[in-house]
Design a protein around this ligand. Sequence first.
Ligand SMILES: [Zn+2]
Length: 110
Amino acid sequence: MKRTTCEECGGKIINKKVDYMLLGQSLGKFDAQVCTTCGEVCYEEEVSKEMTRIAKEKGLWGLSATTKVGQTGDSLDVRLSKRIVDFVGIKKGTEVTIQPVNKHKIEITF
Ligand SMILES: [Zn+2]
């Protein structure tokens, strides 16, 4: 069923093509319902499936991984999965900056 008003704010919904970005890369333009008031974007199930398919094709799907913190000497280490390493293109010896974003997040920049 097509929505005409936004569930979040009651604003008007319009249909338009939206450029969908995942991990900084465009997956293409997709049909979406966009609220003209709050900007909430919704996709039909078919469209979501297509976006998932393209993301998998581009190797952008399922990159997040859970891991356990290990220990080497006095420092702790976190292993990076091969998929993440391949995606970002770092290798042994790459110099990185590790910086806490908040109490629950650490950012690695290179
Ligand atoms: Zn809205």
